[in-house]
Design a protein around this ligand. Structure first.
Ligand SMILES: Nc1ncnc2c1ncn2[C@@H]1O[C@H](COP(=O)(O)OP(=O)(O)OP(=O)(O)O)[C@@H](O)[C@H]1O
Ligand SMILES: Nc1ncnc2c1ncn2[C@@H]1O[C@H](COP(=O)(O)OP(=O)(O)OP(=O)(O)O)[C@@H](O)[C@H]1O
Ligand SMILES: [Mg+2]
Ligand SMILES: [Mg+2]
Lengths: 256, 256
């Protein structure tokens, strides 16, 4: 699993940002020094951690395009032990602005190197695409955690994602592994949820985290308060699932 | 609203594909000749209409990159009156392959021109990004319908989308309008759903369709049977909502 983990899946709305925010918070609560890098121009991870748009003057855009040092854009969040490198909408232009730069896929990896020793875990929240921003994250990461919504369309995209991870492994990052699959938004009342989770376990076996994140309304309410669900409602089933996932992640790291 | 409509929103998982498939089916049921163009490399709209991956030899990729005539890739679907121009995963490479072509944003509009008179409605299912594929759709469309999930993160992305639509209007397609906003996955038990829908109506007024699509498990089950929910379970609340939305769309077009 390693220290640097990309949270990626090109299928939209599967729980990437929710997993990055809450897994990051749970790991910080377990005394890890965590950096969350928001690689999505939508900036949902930055917002979900309470960073107002005007507090993001320096962002990942400046690190990738202007090669500003990563240390200059990292800021503390309201969660002790969790720092954030925020995203802004101009990140959307990065792909075109870097198109003729030979090192365009390596910018994040290069920038991260100088701050890496300050953190125990680095998480990248990726946008729902397989473009240059996700490529930067996959090239800088040691492993990929794939949130997978328990729905049919999400299952279909998994083989695309695995093919892409293999491609990045061959061309840019031979050490890249799939660190795990997290089943999200599982709905007990919907037999499709069980069908999908059984199907995924039969393909990915032990890579699938044993803890499943249930669909839980408190999880979707928390971002409107600018807080991770672990701070918004510690006791709810969504929070408890992310605490268990963090514990499982730390166990997997120790074993590896 | 016009004849050519892009279903777009860069936020992931908000119901773009579900809306494209089921609005298309409901319009075909109302005797419109409908073309659904799948612009997403994930190919969810093609799968949700029952097109097996091997039946997609010719796809939108060939239209955009090799300039194969659109008529050569259009195929009938299981829904009478609804034709499909399918997508394949190689569409992912189109953005890079077209990067040095001056007319890269106009390829879809040019290709569509030769078949336009054969259809009453053309729908584009867009991927969750604002890259070249969505740009092609916004440049070829007369209006944009924005599916909006009744969740906080989805609300945040709306202003980005509107800014981008304005930009496309200025540089590529002066006639482009926002045709409407459709509220999706509304959950009666979750007060956040009502907060979001009230907020959207206060900003967008009459642009918001009066019919709201409820969260309905039958909608998410239908794609695993390769059918639109209107064919899978006509009576369910999801199907009935899309029938009403189609009727509302046709009324709006007559008035315009
Ligand atoms: N366990 C859960 N229970 C209920 N709602 C959830 C849960 N996890 C995520 N959500 C909600 O579902 C929506 C999609 O989740 P999220 O934004 O984290 O997905 P994403 O994969 O990051 O989306 P994108 O592809 O746009 O980046 C959000 O509104 C979020 O609040
Ligand atoms: N009204 C609804 N009730 C229940 N589930 C729904 C509803 N609408 C869509 N879904 C499910 O939610 C998921 C996301 O919907 P969909 O794939 O249509 O969104 P999208 O915006 O096209 O996603 P992407 O951004 O990846 O293209 C799918 O699994 C779909 O089956
Ligand atoms: Mg996200
Ligand atoms: Mg889609």
């Amino acid at each position: 699993l390693g220290k640097v983990i990309a949270i990626a899946n090109q299928k939209g709305g599967v729980g990437k940002t929710t997993t990055a925010i809450n897994l990051g918070t749970a790991l910080a609560a377990a005394d890890c020094r965590v950096l969350l890098v928001d690689m999505d121009p939508q900036g949902n991870a930055s917002t979900g951690l309470g960073l107002a748009a005007r507090a993001r003057e320096r962002s990942i855009y400046h690190v990738l395009v202007d090669q500003v040092p990563m240390a200059d854009v990292i800021q503390p969040s309201q969660v002790p032990g969790l720092s954030v490198a925020p995203a802004t909408p101009d990140l959307l232009g990065a792909e075109l602005e870097l198109v003729d730069k030979r090192d365009r896929a390596l910018r994040l990896r290069q920038a991260l190197a100088e701050v890496l020793d300050r953190f125990d875990v680095v998480l990248f929240d990726c946008p729902p695409s397989l473009g240059l921003l996700t490529l930067n994250a996959l090239t800088a990461a040691e492993s990929v955690i794939v949130p997978l919504q328990c729905e049919f369309f999400a299952l279909e995209g998994l083989s695309h994602l695995v093919r892409n991870i293999e491609r990045v492994k061959r061309s840019f990052n031979p050490g890249l592994q799939i660190g795990g699959v997290i089943l999200t938004m599982h709905d007990r009342r919907n037999r499709l949820s069980d069908m999908v989770s059984e199907d995924v376990r039969s393909h990915f076996g032990d890579l699938v985290f044993s803890t499943i994140v249930p669909r839980n309304v408190r999880v979707s309410e928390a971002p409107s308060h600018g807080k991770p669900v672990l701070l918004y409602d510690w006791r709810c089933s969504g929070s408890q699932a992310y605490v268990k996932i963090a514990a499982e992640l730390l166990r997997r790291r120790r074993k590896a």
